[in-house]
Structures are given as C-alpha cells and as structure tokens.
Ligand binder design. Structure first.
Ligand SMILES: Nc1ncnc2c1ncn2[C@@H]1O[C@H](COP(=O)(O)OP(=O)(O)OP(=O)(O)O)[C@@H](O)[C@H]1O
Length: 230
C-alpha cells in the first residue's frame, strides 16, 4: 500500500464575500504533497496562491473540501490543535522575511522555537545550529538591518527549519531578492530539504524558481493544473 502523502487537499473551495461582491478564489482544488517533496505553485497575480498557502498553514479556513496535513484534518481541528500545528508542524517563510527588527538573528530564530514550546537553553543551542546550517555562523548577533536581503531570508529559513517541521510553506521566498541571492536561497532550501526530509510548498511568480522544485503546478481560475512544460 502506498504511504499516505504528508498533505492532501481534496476539493477545497474558498469564496470571499464583500457586500454584493462574491469572489470564488479556490474552486475545488485538489493537491497532494509527499513526504520530502518540494512542490511549486505558480499562477497569475490574484489567482489564489497565498490563499492556498494560508489555508495549508491554518492561517485561514477553507469554505468546503478537506485539508489534511501532518496527520491533522485542518477542516475539523479545534483551535488548540491548529495553534499547535502552526507552532510545531509548519515552518513559514515570507517574501519580506518578517524578522523582528529589534531582535538579533539568533534571537529571531530562538523566538520561533519559544513559541513552539522549546525551553530557553535548548532553543539557544538549536537556533545557533540552524544559523550555522544556513551559513550564518558569523552573523548570529547582527540585527536584521545589518544583514543583506539574502542573509535576512537565510535567517528566516533557519527560523522555519530550527523547529524541525514536517512542512515548510514559502510565499515568494525569492521575490524580494536579486537573481544571485534568490538562486542561493533556492539552493539552500533544496539542500536543507534533502538533508532533513522536510516537505516544501512554495509559491512563486518566477519560472526559474519553480524549476528548482521536484514538481510544479499552476493555479488558474481557482483550480490546480499540472504545469505544461514549454
Ligand atoms: N481576506 C480577503 N478578503 C477578501 N478578498 C481577499 C482576501 N484575501 C485575498 N482576497 C482576494 O482573493 C484573490 C486571491 O488573492 P491571493 O493573495 O491568494 O492571490 P495570489 O495569487 O497570491 O496573488 P499575488 O501573486 O498577487 O500575491 C485576490 O483577488 C484578493 O484580492
């Protein structure tokens, strides 16, 4: 029997209603992600990529369909289970890094671990280890403003991976970086995926970035299509 995928979305729909205006953003999306797989989601602006990521990260809820991730049915889970899922099972990476400007690199990574319930000493050890893994052993005590964009995104990768999540959700992780820094971040993400076995779902506009994934799908008109290679 085939192993169950880490993530399985089945017929997921999401509609935004504002006054008289109704917008169907996701219209029966089905998608699976295997353990250790990196999947890229591409698609035109406004097609619902971030909405999909937010539903998978339990930052938003589907209106219908089922979403299973990391052994939890997100459509039926209670608030406490969802909080724990966000803190422990999922690492988030955002386009604009979302580091706290008043904390150093190591403190930013520690903060993510503390939220996940890791004790202070252990958090410090794991944060330093994670920063070394992304090549920032010499930048632990720098503030975000003292780091380049690529370095800040590497801190964000360390923060996401330090808690040893089963799934990383990355929203345009190279969208704010120049080509070289973006390629470095993608190479690092792949290396970390291969060494830890984490699964990754990333959203990107950039065809070059999506080719670094194991598989790429396109979201259009609220549905997912296997990407046609040109
Ligand atoms: N909370 C919300 N309330 C109402 N409409 C929303 C909300 N969030 C997103 N939308 C709308 O849903 C659509 C999809 O948004 P989403 O951010 O998921 O698209 P996207 O594919 O990630 O876009 P981009 O590539 O430009 O970031 C957009 O038209 C957006 O305006």
């Amino acid at each position: 029997m085939a192993a169950e995928p880490l993530v399985a979305l089945d017929q997921v729909s999401k509609v935004y209603r504002g006054g008289e205006h109704t917008q169907v953003v996701l219209d029966g999306v089905s998608l699976t992600i295997d353990h250790g797989e990196m999947v890229a989601v591409t698609g035109p602006s406004g097609c619902g990529k971030t909405t999909l990521l937010n539903i998978l990260g339990a930052l938003d809820r589907a209106d219908s369909g089922t979403v299973r991730s990391c052994g939890l049915d997100l459509t039926r889970a209670n608030r406490k289970q969802l909080t724990e899922y966000r803190a422990r099972s999922v690492g988030f990476v955002f386009q604009f890094y979302n580091l706290l400007p008043t904390l150093t690199a190591v403190e930013n990574v520690q903060a993510g671990l503390t939220v996940a319930g890791v004790g202070r000493g252990d958090a410090d050890r794991r944060a330093r280890h994670a920063l070394a893994d992304v090549g920032l052993a010499d930048a632990m005590d720098k503030f975000p403003a003292q780091l380049s964009g690529g370095e800040q995104q590497r801190v964000a990768l360390a923060r996401a991976l330090a808690k040893d999540p089963a799934l990383v959700l990355a929203d345009e992780p190279t969208g704010n970086l120049d080509e070289d820094s973006g390629a470095q971040v993608m190479a690092l993400l792949r290396t970390l995926k291969d060494s830890t076995g984490v699964s990754i779902l990333l959203v990107t506009h950039d065809p070059g970035v999506s080719t670094a994934a194991d598989r790429s799908v396109r979201l259009e008109h609220g549905r997912v299509h296997a990407r046609q290679e040109s």
